[in-house]
Every structure is written in structure tokens, then in C-alpha cells.
Design a protein around this ligand. Structure first.
Ligand code: GRF
Length: 208
């Protein structure tokens, strides 16, 4: 049997997407292992959750540090753990170009809107304020621009008249929790490739 692909998870907060990925692996829905979980914040509940699960959980504080230096330390930890794919799961930091170059087409992120609509902070609030009737979540490859790289998978969610930021965020989060594992599975399978920023299924001939 082929060795399991190794994931490195980066988070800064609650960590529910990390937990959903860990649960998918445990349930056999996703063939992978979590080699390392890194938080840039000591108080991130996701870091504590990773420790409770017995995972290799590391704190690499970013506060007051130059981005490039902090990123270099994170990259070293990810390389030491031999990760195949880096998954940003509520990681509230922009990655430096050096970080992105260290893992070409091997960094993914989840965002709570249908990109390219509503990048950046408070995507759910932006969607409500704009008055869209449908929103959702996007899993995409990370490039040097915020919430911008090639889209791997999206899931839609209706916006109801009765919604506030809280109810809409909860409905989107439910979809995030299945979308992220599905997208990771797709990337790890090697069945997709990026052509001119579009993620497509490889044809068989190309896949060989
Ligand atoms: C999610 O909404 C994700 O889309 C965004 O940050 C939030 C993280 O939530 N990037 P959690 O920490 O995974 O619970």
C-alpha cells in the first residue's frame, strides 16, 4: 500500500476546519495523515484541540516578528515533518513569496465566500451587506495575492432574508467542513492539475 500523504495544518483560532479534516481521516473518508499542526497564536483553541488528539502540535508565535523570519521557521517545521500539502485552516497571516515558493502548488486555503466575490475579512458580512442571494465557500490553491489562487472546489449556500452574520456563517461553515476534506482528497489523488489558473481533471493520457 502506498504511504499516506502528509498534511501540515496552519491555524490561528477556533480550528473547526482542522477538526473536520482530522475527523474525515479518522472516519476513513480522507486517505492522509496530519503530520503537524502549527499555530501562530498561543491562545488558539485549535492548537489545544490538536494536542488533545495527540498530534504533533507546535506553537510558532508571530507577534512582533518580521514576516519573512516567522515564515522561514514555519517552513522549516513543515519540511522537517515532510508534509506533502499545506492546509491553511483559519490561518490569519498572509504568506510571504518565499513561503509560497517553498511549496509550489502545494498550499491550499478555505474561504467563506464564492470567490472572487468577497475576499478578505468578514466575507459573510460582506455578502449580507451586498445582498447576494447565494454565497458559499471556496477551497483554492494559495498564490501571492489574498484569496486569489486557482479554485479547486466550491459549495453554495442560500442567503435567507432572516439571516444575520451568525446564522449565515454557521450555514457556510457546515459546507466548509465537507468541502475542505473533499478538496484535499482531490489534490492528493493527483487527478487534477492547474492550466492557466483553471483547475481541471487530468485526462488519463496526461495522468500516466
Ligand atoms: C473559516 O470560516 C474559514 O473559511 C476562514 O476562517 C474560518 C476559520 O474557522 N478562512 P475555523 O478556525 O476553521 O473554525
Amino acid at each position: 500500500m502506498a504511504a499516506l500523504k502528509k498534511l501540515g495544518i496552519l491555524l490561528s483560532g477556533r480550528g473547526s476546519n482542522f477538526e473536520a479534516i482530522a475527523d474525515s481521516i479518522k472516519a476513513g473518508r480522507l486517505q492522509a495523515e496530519i503530520a503537524i499542526v502549527i499555530s501562530n497564536r498561543a491562545d488558539a483553541p485549535g492548537l489545544e484541540s490538536a494536542r488533545r488528539r495527540g498530534l504533533n502540535a507546535q506553537l510558532i508565535p508571530s507577534k512582533g516578528r518580521v514576516r519573512e523570519e516567522h515564515d522561514a521557521e514555519v517552513v522549516t517545521a513543515l519540511k522537517q515533518a515532510q508534509v506533502d500539502l499545506v492546509c491553511l485552516a483559519g490561518y490569519m497571516r498572509l504568506l510571504s513569496p518565499d513561503f509560497i515558493r517553498a511549496f509550489p502548488s502545494r498550499i491550499v486555503n478555505i474561504h467563506p465566500s464564492l470567490l472572487p466575490a468577497f475576499p478578505g475579512m468578514d466575507a459573510q458580512k460582506q455578502a449580507l451587506a451586498y445582498g447576494v442571494k447565494v454565497t458559499g465557500c471556496t477551497v483554492h490553491f494559495v498564490d501571492e495575492h489574498l484569496d486569489h489562487g486557482p479554485i479547486i472546489l466550491q459549495k453554495t449556500v442560500p442567503v435567507l432574508d432572516s439571516d444575520d452574520e451568525h446564522t449565515l456563517s454557521a450555514r457556510i461553515l457546515q459546507q466548509e467542513h465537507t468541502a475542505y476534506s473533499e478538496a484535499i482528497g482531490l489534490v492528493l489523488s493527483g487527478e487534477v492539475e492547474v492550466q492557466d489558473r483553471v483547475v481541471r481533471k487530468r485526462t488519463h493520457a496526461e495522468g500516466k
